[in-house]
Design a protein around this ligand. Structure first.
Ligand SMILES: O=C(CO)COP(=O)(O)O
Length: 248
């Protein structure tokens, strides 16, 4: 036993209208049946205030927050706004934001620090592209460890921060990393966290994400140093999310 509670988290990305709120209630019911694990849903900001009262014990979060407290940043959402809408957490550094919004490691660290100042739980995402993976496992480990260390906020702590390893080539592609690839990367990330944070690095959760489904969840969730999953497509419906929660 590691002492780390499993976290099964869904990321709805740019999906979800009010008509889908029934899925949040249904996922809340699934979570009520598993008090031994944590369940979270990272929803579009437009749904947070309506979803929070329906979610039961599920932590409802945003998918990004701006590093500044407030100001002239049209279209952006601040940590206090997420909190005010009823969120208990946020993702930062998802590869889609690193790619399409050009977020840097320094941005990601600043976003995480700001979110934690406001008491939000944070899931910080890292992961390599196919080009990097094709340079070999050692190169991929080194690259992702460097990305993690450069994205870690000041005062990183296992009480509020979770890491998610999401290989970019496995996101939305149906190409899940092999159990051996996942175990090796999570081991490398664990070693880096322990070196950077000591005992707290041992206590910090590391999730896997990338084409997780009911079919592969059990094989992934029982690997050493895999403390849960960050699930995209299969979190959009309670029916598809249920077997992943059951596998935890
Ligand atoms: O990016 C992901 C979760 O943040 C993974 O998405 P998929 O599960 O759809 O591959």
């Amino acid at each position: 036993m590691t002492g780390r509670r499993k976290l099964i988290a869904g990321n709805w990305k740019m999906n979800g209208l009010k008509a889908q709120l029934g899925e949040v209630s249904a996922i809340g019911e699934l979570a009520a049946g598993r008090p031994d694990i944590d369940v979270a849903l990272f929803l579009p900001a437009t749904l947070i205030s309506a979803a929070a009262p329906l979610a039961g014990t599920v932590l409802v979060g945003g998918q990004d927050c701006h590093q500044e407290e407030a100001g002239a940043f049209t279209g952006c959402i601040s940590a206090p706004m997420l909190l005010g809408a009823g969120a208990g957490g946020t993702l930062v550094g998802h590869s889609e934001r690193r790619t399409y919004q050009h977020e840097t490691n320094a941005d990601v660290a600043a976003k995480a620090a700001r979110a934690s100042q406001h008491g939000l739980e944070v899931v910080l995402c890292v992961g390599e592209t196919l080009d990097t993976r094709e340079q070999g496992d050692e190169a991929a480990h080194g690259w992702v460890v460097d990305q993690l260390l450069a994205s870690l906020p000041e005062g990183a702590g296992s009480g509020w921060l979770t890491i998610a390893y999401e290989p970019v080539w496995a996101i939305g592609t149906g190409k899940v990393a092999t159990p051996a690839q996942i175990a090796a990367m999570h081991g490398a990330l664990r070693d880096a966290l322990v070196e950077a944070l000591g005992a707290d690095g041992q206590a910090m959760r590391i999730l896997y994400g990338g084409s997780v489904s009911g079919d592969n969840a059990a094989d992934i969730l029982h690997l050493d140093n895999v403390d849960g999953a960050l699930v995209g497509g299969a979190s959009l419906s309670a029916a598809k999310f249920a077997p992943i929660i059951a596998a935890a």
